[in-house]
Unconditional design. Structure first.
Length: 73
């Protein structure tokens, strides 16, 4: 199953399968489903899984930043 990332951008729901294609300015994270290999995991796969945690945190920060900037308007 490929990656699936769904976010709201300018009032539109958009779907991506490439994390790097997601715009910097997003309104909401709707779905975050990275492809996870079946266990048992290698050390490299564990490292990749930890990177997805950081990427999710990044998306949530983008959402928070958008909300914060919207409140100032």
């Amino acid at each position: 199953m490929p990656h699936r990332f769904v976010v709201m951008v300018n009032g539109e729901v958009r779907e991506y399968d490439d994390f790097d294609a997601i715009p910097q300015n997003i309104e909401h994270v709707i779905e975050f489903v990275p492809e996870v290999p079946p266990p048992p995991h290698t050390d490299a796969q564990h490292q990749e899984l930890h990177e997805w945690e950081a990427r999710f945190d990044d998306l949530m920060q983008r959402e928070y930043d958008h909300a914060s900037s919207s409140e100032k308007r």
